[in-house]
Design a protein around this ligand. Sequence first.
Ligand SMILES: *Cc1c(COP(=O)(O)O)cnc(C)c1O
Length: 241
Amino acid sequence: MATISDNLQQVRARIARACECAGRSPESVTLLAVSKTFGPQAVQEAVAAGQQAFGENYVQEGVDKVRHLREAGVAGLQWHCIGPLQSNKTRPVAEHFDWVHTVDRLKVAQRLSEQRPEALGPLQVCVQVNIDGGANKSGVAPDAALALALAVSALPRLQLRGLMAIPEPAADAGAARAVFDRVRALFDALGVKLRPQGVRWDTLSMGMSDDLEAAIASGSTMVRVGSAIFGARHYPGQAGG
Ligand SMILES: *Cc1c(COP(=O)(O)O)cnc(C)c1O
């Protein structure tokens, strides 16, 4: 069976190849290892293989893992919250994470800013955009993204970094690419307005295990990869879990 270390090497090779095809430097893409549903042991295996940035979807699970690894003496990790965030769940995120990718309402951003401990430095945030209008999905509508980004950028304990998107699964690579290109176009258009305001607009968080090549071709700077690193996820109640 392939180990987490083997899988990480393969994913890094995929990223390098996709960057080469796109004429981009491999350092222009950060790999976020999405460790949701996997225990601290799996995270430690990835750390031993050189991975430092991890993504979590569920607040309590993520906080437990952050604490566990800190107590185990594993230092220098970076934790990203990539799951939907309710405004009554912001405090543990503000207190334990380094990044939040899923800011889609000003109220959530305001609470994160108020609750961010001074000692930790600003929380890095991306605005999540609902690029394809998926009905039940989180994310701000594209035409409301600039107003939200401007308001978020004014909050004192947050540092706005860019956009995040989770498009619906596409039929093929071409269709995936077309949607990612729309996210990229929005990212560029917002950057024109935000960079002159002093915003460090440098992060485009898109691409997962199945579509990271298309995302990198469209300009992703951060791919969020779970199953290709840690294997298939099993949720409680799911057969075979
Ligand atoms: C689970 C998840 C991922 C990783 O998905 P894989 O297909 O396992 O790579 C990436 N981003 C978000 C927001 C997720 O919830």
